[in-house]
Design a protein around this ligand. Structure first.
Ligand code: NAI
Length: 256
């Protein structure tokens, strides 16, 4: 198979595309010939990131807005006339000790990480059906299967996303649509860089070292590591892979 243009003729919608995993994936999809509707929150550096890229159109939208599904899917169809790949990637990762959780954090985390994914997928489904080989890729986490200290709402949201993806795989499979979730380990992105920059230095160093040592490949992950996994799941030839969590963590979670 040629290594280039593996997504020629395909249209992708990528949320959380101004930074980290979403930015790397939207860029890789466009390099592979896809037309990409990239979206992120108002005020994010979205347009700057894709300036001069003829395969990418940008829309500023908070995925948890009431009208986000119709706005985002409508923009993809208006710009490119079809939709084949939905990458539900936008997410937040607030920290609060279990007994100090706020209801607002719980609500916002589940609204962005779970409810918005469900609503956007439902809005995209008619077009993914028309595609004949629609692809839903959701960004879960290694925390779709384990918990992490001070990360209650996040852990719950990523476990829920795993269940949601399986449901999507089940009910949309008959239309040629696959649904999978990616489980990144520790990846150097906006989320983790904020944590590393704001935590006490000793704690931040220890955390980064922990993940580096835990991963048998001996390094932290980069956004492109996840983008390559998303590309694999997006290919038309990945048509028998559905309902799975694809862990991309340098082998970290294989270690006891
Ligand atoms: P990031 O902070 O670099 O990128 C996330 C992007 O999502 C940002 O551009 C942000 O503006 C956008 N976003 C946040 N809330 C949004 C909303 N309501 N509407 C639209 N866009 C919104 O972080 P990263 O790491 O690239 O995050 C992407 C996904 O990867 C998230 O779902 C996160 O939970 C997941 N993840 C990241 C890991 C890591 O180690 N970086 C590990 C496991 C999962």
């Amino acid at each position: 198979m040629p290594r280039e243009n593996r997504l020629l003729g395909r249209v992708a919608l990528v949320t959380g595309a101004a930074s980290g995993i979403g930015l790397a994936t939207a860029t890789l999809f466009a390099e592979q010939g896809a037309k990409v509707l990239a979206s992120d929150v108002p005020g994010s550096p979205l347009a700057e990131r894709f300036a001069g890229n003829p395969n990418v159109a940008c829309v500023y939208k908070d995925v948890s807005d009431e009208d986000a599904p119709e706005v985002l899917v409508g923009a993809a169809i208006e710009a490119f006339g079809r939709l084949d790949i939905l990458f539900n990637n936008a997410g937040i990762c607030p920290t609060e000790p279990y007994l100090e959780q706020s209801q607002a954090t719980w609500n916002r985390t589940l609204a962005i990480n779970v409810t918005a994914v469900n609503r956007l997928t439902i809005a995209a489904a008619p077009h993914l059906k028309q595609s004949g080989s629609g692809r839903i890729i959701n960004t879960g986490s290694v925390q779709s299967q384990v918990a992490g200290p001070t990360l209650t709402a996040y852990t719950v949201s990523k476990h829920a996303l795993a269940g949601l993806t399986k449901q999507q795989a089940l009910e949309l499979g008959p239309f040629g649509i696959t649904a999978n979730y990616i489980q990144p380990g520790f990846i150097l992105t906006g989320i983790t860089e904020t944590f590393l920059a704001t935590a006490p230095k000793a704690e931040a160093d220890a955390f980064a070292q922990y993940w580096k040592t835990k991963a048998p490949v001996g390094r932290l992950g980069q956004p492109i590591d996840i983008a390559r996994g998303a590309l694999f799941l997006a290919l038309e030839s990945s048509s028998f892979i559905s309902g799975i969590g694809l862990r991309i963590d340098g082998g970290a979670m294989a270690r006891l």
